[in-house]
Design a protein around this ligand. Structure first.
Ligand SMILES: [Zn+2]
Length: 74
């Protein structure tokens, strides 16, 4: 067995172990994290305050300055 084969084998084992760990972490995260909320994100045009409101609201009042804002599109 050549030394570069041994190095490649060690590298492959480490990479596959990392892959298994990432898969386990993702699996656990999906099971325990809460579902993402359906709320809309608003960003105030006047004071740049970012806040959320119900998903069925078209225009929402800024809690900081009272200006009505449209939902923020990512
Ligand atoms: Zn505001």
């Amino acid at each position: 067995m050549f030394p570069d084969q041994v190095i490649f084998l060690c590298f492959a084992v480490v990479i596959s172990l990392l892959g298994v760990l990432v898969l386990l972490y993702e699996f656990r995260r999906k099971r325990f994290e809460p579902e993402p909320t359906e709320d809309r994100v608003f960003r105030c045009e006047a004071c740049a305050y970012v806040y959320t409101d119900d998903h069925d609201v078209d225009r929402s009042r800024c809690p900081e300055c009272g200006l009505f804002n449209s939902p923020f599109v990512f």
